[in-house]
Design a protein around this ligand. Structure first.
Ligand SMILES: O=C(O)CCC(=O)C(=O)O
Ligand SMILES: [Mn+2]
Length: 199
């Protein structure tokens, strides 16, 4: 690891940022390999009869049986690739916590985004540990309290960084990655999770 973890001291949250979790060369190599090896999908969400393509590309990998519900569907994970498995092992050693699945998000440029949400699906349990690895373009993660509109905190997620969210964070806070005009290169984000009770 390049640099020391930074505890982000926000109330009702438990957030730790590891800025240089991966060295630059390894982060670049893993980004290239994962982007090339992934069967990317762009699910279409139907809302009030209108179809909305997800504004980014996604994929879901994990242990067999670690199925996950999002966007109204149950998704079966793709198997671990050697790079994803290597990243999972390194993460488990860093955070001392098991992880059995990973959601991959590819933001092709600043027009891709992720709307406000919490990672609070029932299968993640009440105090989920979410280990979020960022590769490629730096993007800003915003945080607001549930039920509020005002952004209270923003964290810049740089190439090779790791953000660990645990404890009450998902219960009290939402996060987003907003669109931006200041980014024209891709960013790959991987959120590793532990699915407690496979459906
Ligand atoms: O891209 C990010 O940094 C956030 C991803 C995220 O919130 C998620 O996968 O649930
Ligand atoms: Mn999330």
């Amino acid at each position: 690891m390049n640099s020391k973890p930074v505890v982000l001291d926000y109330p009702d949250a438990d957030l730790t940022l590891y800025p240089g979790w991966l060295t630059e060369p390894l982060a670049t190599q893993w980004q290239r390999q994962i982007v090339a090896q992934t069967a990317w999908q762009q699910p279409v969400l139907k809302l009030f009869g209108k179809e909305h393509p997800t504004p980014r590309l996604v994929a879901w990998h994990g242990d067999e049986g670690a199925s996950y519900r999002y966007s109204g569907h149950t998704h079966q994970p793709m198997p671990w690739t050697s790079v994803l498995e290597a990243m999972r092992e390194r993460l488990q050693a860093t955070i001392n916590h098991p992880l059995n699945s990973v959601l991959l998000n590819l933001y092709r440029d600043g027009r891709d985004s992720m709307g406000w949400h919490s990672d609070d699906e029932p299968e993640l349990g009440t105090q989920p540990v979410i280990a979020s690895v960022s590769l490629g373009a730096s993007r800003r993660l915003d945080l607001r309290r549930k039920g509020q509109k005002r952004i209270e905190h923003s964290v810049q997620l740089e190439h090779g960084s790791l953000l660990v969210m645990r404890g009450p964070t998902q219960h009290h806070w939402q996060h987003q990655v907003a669109k931006t005009q200041r980014c024209n290169t891709p960013r790959l984000n991987l959120t590793f999770r532990l699915i407690n009770s496979p459906l």
